[in-house]
Design a protein around this ligand. Structure first.
Ligand code: FES
Length: 106
């Protein structure tokens, strides 16, 4: 879409596989993930509460587990996987250009 923008997230070499990092922006922070060399981005704020998902832990099956109440989401799709999370997490398309990882945002 014409009004899409690229938001720089990180250098691919700066986020190791199995790691997650918070990226601040005025509209709301994103969480960027490296799952076995593939990058993903979601909203950072848990849909169950005010917790930052980048403070959580990536667990088996490509899920991010929230540190507040231990609910979880599928990182690739944003679908809730573990209660008490029930509202899907917004996900963002990733665009990797060389060593730079971007999210496509509105
Ligand atoms: S705030 Fe994330 S599971 Fe409750």
């Amino acid at each position: 879409m014409a009004d899409e923008k690229l938001l720089f997230l990180c250098k691919s070499s700066d986020l190791a596989p199995g790691c997650v990092r918070k990226v601040e922006r005025p509209e709301g922070a994103l969480a960027v993930y490296n799952l076995d060399g593939t990058f993903y981005a979601t909203d950072d704020r848990c849909t169950h509460g005010l917790s930052s998902l980048s403070d959580g832990e990536i667990v088996e099956g490509g899920e991010i587990e929230c540190m507040m109440h231990f609910g979880s989401f599928d990182i690739a799709t944003g679908e809730p996987r573990q209660a008490p999370c029930s509202i899907p997490l917004r996900t963002y398309k990733i665009d990797v250009r060389g060593d730079d990882v971007f999210a496509v945002v509105d």
